[in-house]
Unconditional design. Structure first.
Length: 252
C-alpha cells in the first residue's frame, strides 16, 4: 500500500509514522508513506496556498491550484482514493477502515484554514472523512487516526493476526476483559475460570463478558448484531443474573 499525505505541516507526521506498528509496517515494506508539503506546488514565488473568500467574510480559503498540481504529480496507474479530512465528512468507523485497507493507494489532504475552495471537494477528492463531531485545528491529527487504523489492518502489520480479527467493532462486540500475571494483585483476583485451562469454558466466558460489556456500554452495537443461538442463551443468562442482583439489592 502507498499512502501520500499532503499537508502544510509535514513535521507533525514524523514521530507517528516511524513509531510502533506504523514504523514496523514501513520497515517491513507493507506500506510506503510519502509526506509532501503542498506549498511546494504553489504557483506563486512566495508559496501562497490560501486567499480571502469571494463574497467577503473572515478567514482564509485554500486555493485549488497547489492541491490539484500536487495530486496530479503523483505517479500514474490506478486512480487513488483522494481523501479530504474535514468535520463535514462522513463519520469514520471500523467498516470504513476495513474498506480503505483494501486499497493500493490512498491520498490524504490535510488543511488548516477556514475552508477549502469548493472545486477541491467537487473535482479532486473522492471521499470526505470526519473523525467525529468536534473541530480540530487541522486535518493532520485526523489523517493520522485514519492511517493508523488502516495500516494495522494490513496483513502482517500486527504480530498476531488474530488480534485484528477479534478487535472491538470487527466482531460487532466490545472486547472481553483481559488479565495477565499476577493472579492476585492488591487483593484483586483474576477470575478462576481463566486459570482453569478449560478452553471451551474460557471461550464461553469471554463471549459472555463481551456481551455484558456491549450491552452496558454500547447497546446500539448489540441491536445491529445478528445474534447466534449461543449469544441469545448468554444474554438470557445475563438478564437473569441482573434480575437476581436487583432483587437482592432491593431486599438489603
Ligand atoms: N479537521 C478538523 N476537524 C476535523 C475532524 N473532526 N475530522 C476530520 N478532519 C478535521
Amino acid at each position: 500500500m502507498r499512502i501520500d499525505i499532503f499537508t502544510l505541516f509535514p513535521e507533525m507526521f514524523a514521530g507517528v509514522l516511524s513509531s510502533s506498528i506504523l514504523g514496523k509496517a514501513r520497515e517491513k515494506e507493507l506500506v510506503d508513506f510519502q509526506v509532501t508539503n503542498f506549498r511546494d506546488f504553489s504557483e506563486s514565488k512566495h508559496g501562497t496556498v490560501d486567499d480571502t473568500p469571494y463574497g467577503g467574510g473572515g478567514g482564509m480559503v485554500l486555493k485549488p491550484e497547489p492541491l490539484f498540481r500536487a495530486v496530479e504529480a503523483l505517479p500514474g496507474g490506478k486512480k487513488p482514493r483522494v481523501i479530504l479530512m474535514c468535520p463535514q465528512g462522513v463519520t469514520y468507523n471500523q467498516s470504513l477502515a476495513e474498506e480503505l485497507a483494501q486499497e493500493e493507494h490512498l491520498v490524504f489532504i490535510c488543511g488548516h484554514y477556514e475552508g477549502y475552495d469548493e472545486r477541491i471537494r467537487e473535482h479532486l477528492v473522492t471521499d470526505e472523512i470526519s473523525i467525529g463531531d468536534y473541530v480540530l485545528t487541522g486535518g493532520e491529527l485526523a489523517a493520522m487516526v485514519v492511517i493508523d487504523s488502516v495500516v494495522r489492518l494490513q496483513p502482517g502489520a500486527l504480530g498476531n493476526q488474530t488480534s485484528a480479527v477479534e478487535d472491538s467493532f470487527s466482531t460487532g462486540l466490545l472486547e472481553y476483559p483481559h488479565y495477565t500475571r499476577p493472579a492476585e494483585f492488591r487483593g484483586w483476583k483474576v477470575p478462576d475460570i481463566l486459570l482453569s485451562g478449560h478452553h471451551a469454558n474460557i471461550e464461553r466466558w469471554r463471549l459472555k463478558e463481551s456481551l455484558r460489556r456491549t450491552k452496558a456500554r454500547r447497546p446500539d452495537l448489540l441491536s445491529k448484531l445478528e445474534l447466534t443461538g449461543e449469544m441469545k442463551k448468554l444474554l438470557a443468562e445475563l438478564e437473569r443474573e441482573q434480575g437476581q442482583e436487583k432483587s437482592a439489592e432491593e431486599k438489603s
